[in-house]
Design a protein around this ligand. Structure first.
Ligand code: PHE
Length: 363
């Protein structure tokens, strides 16, 4: 409707003109679709003044009827198309607003996905493995649920040997519980291995010398305090070949300590006892923190104990059919937790198993 038409309407049908102008501004002012729909019902709906007016044309004065009919219909069409335009406008605005707000920037960094890594104990075992495989050792494995025979008897620790009581064994099946008295064979019991040494016997049963193996794994003892957990890890090495001496053992251990701890390390050997080695020794490495002067970490001795070792007791060869006159060997064993604690200055063994990521993440 142009200005001229509106002016004519205002002069000749002011009520209709007023319906038009108020309807128009209500439509143009609607800010959203819901308001627009309400306005549409109020301005153009069945009960709106405009519809009422159109419906009552027949009762108007005859000379007014043509103008009211034509003008009323025109006002309705114009308002209807205004509603449509406004609707399209509001839809466009809503779309561009959602494009603006819900825009997805595919170049933004994603939600970080926490990646785990090997536990320090596993890392330490891999490190020790690397050092010894570099020397030509093979990795050997054995069962954690072990026969008494391999854990004790064939390691020169027969039933009733006092050294057995030092192991705080977890029994899976004690021999006497399940077997008739007549066939009781005290070394037929089943237990959780208390050390990795039974693997030595299993390896020697399966192969002839030369033997150069490293065995790593979980072992179990009935202990639990700041320096003992019921499950822990050991690494054990076994060498059997011609004319192996204690000097080979010392050289190997020295090489290992320098590779593992780094720096110029000295080792010290003290006599000890193990049933399966003769002679037996314990090996210390010098404390680097205090350069041997003595500090809290080495209990003021200047030395850190790192392993038990010794020359394989010739008695063991009898169990695996090796000739003790032809071969000799050495074995050593160490605790993986202890190695990791010494290397990284970790004060409490239990930290390894509390599963606190703030601790684990540091390694
Ligand atoms: N098996 C011994 C232990 O757990 C350690 C050891 C291994 C000692 C090999 C000597 C030789 O106590």
């Amino acid at each position: 409707m142009d200005d001229e038409q509106l002016q004519i309407l205002q002069e000749r049908a002011p009520a209709l003109a007023a319906l038009y102008t108020t309807g128009r501004s209500a439509i143009l002012e609607a800010r959203d679709m819901m308001t627009l729909e309400k306005v549409r019902v109020a301005v153009l709906g069945r009960k709106s003044p405009l519809t009422e007016m159109l419906r009552s044309i027949s009762t108007a004065a005859p000379e007014d009827r043509p103008l009211l009919g034509k003008g009323g219909n025109m006002v309705r069409r114009v308002l209807e198309s205004l509603v449509e335009e406004r609707e399209a406008e509001l839809k466009r605005a809503a779309l561009s607003e959602s494009l603006e707000h819900e825009r997805l920037d595919v170049t933004l960094p994603g939600v970080p996905f926490p990646a785990g890594h090997e536990h320090l104990i596993s890392q330490t075992m891999r490190e020790v493995e690397d050092i010894f495989t570099g020397l030509g050792y093979r990795i050997a494995e054995g069962p954690e649920v072990e026969l008494d025979y391999y854990n004790f008897t064939a390691l020169n620790t027969p039933p009733s040997h006092p050294a057995r009581s030092a192991h705080d064994t977890f029994w899976v099946q004690e021999p006497r519980e399940t077997m008739p008295e007549a066939v009781v064979d005290a070394d037929r019991g089943v237990l959780l291995r208390t050390h990795t040494s039974p693997v030595q016997v299993r390896v020697m049963e399966q192969q002839r010398p030369p033997v150069y193996v490293l065995c790593l794994g979980k072992v179990y003892r009935r202990d639990s305090d700041a320096t003992h957990t019921p499950m822990f890890h050991q690494v054990e090495g076994l060498v059997v070949d011609e004319s192996i001496t204690l000097a080979d053992l010392k050289g190997t251990v020295h090489y290992f300590t320098e590779e593992f701890f780094g720096g110029d390390r000295a080792i010290r050997v003290r006599p000890h006892f193990f049933p399966f080695t003769e002679p037996s020794i314990e090996v210390d490495v010098n404390c680097e923190l205090c350069a041997g002067k003595g500090c809290r970490s080495c209990k003021h001795s200047g030395w850190l104990e790192i392993m038990g070792a010794g020359m394989v007791d010739p008695n063991l060869y009898g169990f695996v059919d090796y000739d003790p006159e032809a071969v000799s060997g050495f074995a050593f064993g160490m605790g993986v937790e202890r190695m990791a604690m010494l290397k990284h200055g970790i004060p409490d063994l239990r930290l390894f198993y509390d599963n606190d990521v703030r601790f684990l993440r540091q390694f």
